[in-house]
Write a protein that binds this ligand. Structure first.
Ligand code: SAM
Length: 233
């Protein structure tokens, strides 16, 4: 007999550079400049709970896809990484829409300070509830000969260039925020956030919010992104 009901309480919440889902990399570590803080909730914000964690360079975060649309359970999903039109079994994917909306990401642990974990290389929306935190243990977790036939390598990157004052604006806002904003924008846009099936005309503009910034870009040519503007929201 399988127990069917389990209840979990978050141990923390993610404060992230990603204010919306659009343009979040599809996996962790694709944008090393994507930073955030895991704010632990009482009683897990106490030093006892974190004792020894600073010995780990990377963490597993287990979290809730709290902003994933709920709907009927499907046995098959269409991962954006496969172009959005190929369907595969839900358990063959890392899609957000799944029977239990639980995600897991390996992130870099940059610092532990006062009940807060400073992390980078994240693929997490601001406000993501964290269910558990575990150290990444290379001898057990690193599988040198592992493969995944549906996506063997990281996505091909687009080249990102900057128009007019956008680059300087990114630098200035980066200094204000104390964050690598320029790198964050380049790393996230190089992943090509738009759905794979879209073939936008050069005059079509896209935008996203990163930190408190509105970032706007367009696709002057296939395979190229040009950042048009970076301004405070
Ligand atoms: N690395 C995790 C995993 O494999 O379980 C997440 C992979 S999932 C494909 C990554 C996407 O989840 C991101 O691009 C973002 O759009 C979305 N996402 C991140 N945090 C979320 C949240 N709290 N709720 C819903 N969607 C989220």
């Amino acid at each position: 007999m399988v127990e069917r009901l389990y209840t979990f309480e978050p141990v923390g919440v993610v404060r992230s550079c990603f204010a919306e889902k659009f343009a979040i990399p599809r996996q962790p570590r694709l944008a090393p400049a994507a930073r955030g803080v895991v704010e632990l909730l009482p009683p897990y914000d106490q030093p006892e709970a974190l004792d020894g964690l600073e010995q780990a360079s990377h963490l597993w975060l287990l979290f809730v896809f709290h902003a994933a649309p709920s709907g009927p359970d499907h046995l098959r999903v269409r991962p954006p990484r496969l172009g959005g039109n190929r369907r595969i079994g839900v358990f063959a994917s890392r899609a957000t829409h799944r029977p239990n909306p639980i995600g897991q990401s390996v992130v870099r642990l940059d610092a532990v300070a006062g009940g807060r974990l400073h992390v980078s290389g994240i693929d997490l929306l601001d406000g993501t509830p964290v269910l558990d935190i575990k150290p990444y243990v290379p001898y057990a977790d690193l599988v040198a000969d592992a493969h995944y036939g549906l996506a063997e390598a990281a996505p091909r990157l687009l080249s990102v260039r900057w128009q007019g004052e956008a680059l300087e604006a990114a630098r200035i806002h980066g200094q204000r925020l104390g964050e690598p904003v320029l790198e964050l924008i380049e790393q996230c846009l190089a992943q090509d956030p738009k759905p794979a099936y879209q073939r936008p005309a050069p005059d079509r503009e896209y935008g996203v919010r990163l930190w408190d910034l509105n970032v706007r870009w367009h696709y002057p040519d296939a395979g190229q992104i040009c950042v048009l503007a970076v301004s405070k929201v």
